[in-house]
Write a protein that binds this ligand. Structure first.
Ligand code: NDP
Length: 528
């Protein structure tokens, strides 16, 4: 039990209204500013407020970040890694408060909040251990090996803007910020206006870990004001959110000629093959479709099951789903929490109602649960869904999944690929080799075998991102670090200008160069 100042909800947590006021005070927005009220989906009460930053506030934050960045760039990568490792330790030490804050801001269940907290120290450790080798100067071959050489160097781009959504406010603020900082950049983060306190708590922990002032700043406010202002000031922008907003960000980044990575929506397929272990696949479907009440960009929303296993799968999946417990307690127990707000609840409801009106059968859920929480909605399974209905084509981003029988693996692959999106998919089979072969046929940035999404996300060494409308660029792995650096080639000649030496006619020089090229091409074919 914590303090009781402010709304009664704080009594269930380690937090208090005064704590959130202190976090809000971290935002540098001097003078008169309107403020944005932050409400908890757990009870729909106001829990605090943050300044609605203006374009000038964003400019000032980026200027502060820019002046701090020059010193940070000069620190060794090991010094930067040590601070990020300390930050990872602090996140683990303060996990109870962070779990409470994630639950308070998002309404997700505690077990799903755990995934967010665990992700940060893992990301810190990965980049601390691998950053040096990824960013070390690299020798590359030259066209004329004995006469010249080439070296590639990697320098930070400067200030990186991180625009993050509300569904995983802790993970998605940090997973892109950590490699940016490790590479020697400063970061200005714009969290979703519904979930600003987590980003501010992380800024506090980074400062406590020893990150110099100005290197990680948070600007709060409405996306349509703060987002474009940030993209106009930074040297690179990494965005996680909806596809339409992603297009707007990409357009602006293109106009400013800065790099961007976009992690967008998905309509993720799950393929259950004829040899799958059905209990395992049903367990995976429950985890995939209903984690964070389905508000997960990687969640399966379409399940294709071999027709010979369809009834068996539905029995197991529907049974396990009906046993799920909804709840909003700040402790381990209930598996499924709340949707983020009333608008989103309404949107999810419309998707399901539209599907049912168009002939879909409801095997589980399909109704909101105000008795549990103001925005709770039951985990919902649909069959007989019209392939052209909204629920079949558009991202629902809620606890709603449709199940379809297919007559062959080829049909499953064809239907999985019949989407503008291409973020994440999963294949379920007793034969992992077969699973990997099917995975290669699926047009998605990540395909997991016998797991809905965790195995792909947690492979931090491997890149993650989307095909098609699901995004551009990759986070995680070396690719996730290299997007934040300017790449420079330094090429050196040992023989002066690469031209005919004095006294050699252009005809003889050309003959020599053609001969040399022929030898080099032959060698390149013979040598491994
Ligand atoms: P939005 O695109 O609405 O918002 C995402 C972020 O962008 C928020 O911080 C928002 O601020 C900000 N924003 C809003 N307008 C602009 C603008 N014009 N310029 C710059 N930034 C702006 O996303 P949703 O809230 O709908 O988030 C859910 C979406 O995110 C889903 O489609 C989901 O699939 C996707 N997502 C993708 C992930 C991935 O890794 N691929 C992971 C998680 C989610 P504010 O809200 O404060 O106005």
């Amino acid at each position: 039990m914590g303090q009781t100042s402010g709304p009664q909800i704080f009594a269930e947590t380690t937090l208090a209204a005064r704590r959130l006021e202190r976090l809000s005070a971290r935002i540098e927005a001097p003078g008169e500013r309107s403020s944005l009220e932050v409400r908890t989906p757990v009870t729909d009460e106001a829990i605090g407020s943050v300044p609605a930053c203006t374009a000038n506030d964003v400019s000032a934050a980026v200027e502060r970040a820019r002046s701090a960045q020059s010193g940070w760039e000069r620190a060794t990568i090991d010094e930067r890694a040590a601070i990020l490792e300390r930050f990872g330790d602090l996140v683990l030490d303060r996990r109870e408060e962070l779990l409470d804050l994630v639950q308070l801001e998002t309404g997700k269940s505690r077990q799903h909040a755990v995934e967010e907290v665990l992700d940060v120290p893992l990301t810190c450790s990965y980049y601390a251990a691998n950053g040096v080798s990824v960013l070390a100067d690299a020798d590359r071959s030259s066209a004329v090996p004995l006469a010249a050489d080439a070296t590639v160097t990697y320098d930070p781009v400067g200030v990186v803007g991180v625009i993050s959504p509300w569904n995983y406010p802790l993970t998605l603020a940090m997973t892109d910020a950590v490699p940016a900082l490790l590479a020697g950049n400063a970061v200005v983060c714009k969290p979703d206006e519904r979930t600003p306190f987590i980003a501010l708590a992380l800024a506090e922990l980074l400062a406590e870990a020893g990150l110099p002032a100005g290197l990680f700043q948070v600007v709060t406010g409405e996306g349509e004001t703060v987002g474009p202002a940030l993209v106009d000031e930074v040297d690179y922008v990494t965005f996680t959110g909806g596809t339409e907003t992603g297009r707007t960000v990409a357009k602006q980044a293109g106009r400013n000629l800065i790099g961007c990575s976009l992690e967008l929506g998905g309509k993720n397929p799950m393929l259950v093959l004829d040899d799958a272990d059905i209990e395992t696949a049903a367990r995976g479907a429950v985890k995939g479709a209903f984690t964070n009440a389905g508000q997960l960009c990687l969640a399966p929303e379409r399940i294709y099951v071999d027709e010979h296993r369809y009834d068996e799968f539905l029995d197991a999946f529907v049974g396990a789903t009906r046993r799920l417990e909804l709840g909003l307690e700040f402790e381990y127990g209930p598996a499924v929490g709340s949707l983020i707000d009333d608008d989103h609840l309404e949107s999810v409801r419309e998707f399901v109602d539209d599907a049912v009106e168009n002939g879909a059968s409801l095997l589980s859920g399909g109704r909101s649960r105000p008795d549990v929480g103001p925005f709770c909605y039951e985990p919902t399974i649909l069959t007989d869904v019209d392939p052209d209905s909204r629920v079949a084509c558009e991202e629902t981003f809620g606890p709603v999944v449709s199940v379809h029988a297919v007559s062959s693996v080829d049909e499953a692959i064809e239907r999985a690929n019949d989407s503008e999106y291409g973020l994440n998919a999963s294949v379920w089979t007793a034969d992992r080799k077969r699973g990997r072969a099917v995975a290669r046929e699926i047009d998605c940035g990540t395909v997991c075998v016998n797991d809905p999404y965790t195995v792909g996300w947690a492979a931090i060494d491997a890149p993650m991102g989307g095909f098609g409308d699901s995004g551009l660029g990759r986070r995680h792995g070396p690719e996730g670090l290299k997007r934040y650096v300017d790449v420079r080639t330094i090429a050196t000649s040992r023989i002066g200008p690469m031209d005919a030496p004095p006294g050699i006619s252009p005809r003889w020089f050309a003959r020599f160069m053609f001969g040399l090229t022929a030898v080099q091409r032959r060698l390149a074919r013979w040598l491994p």
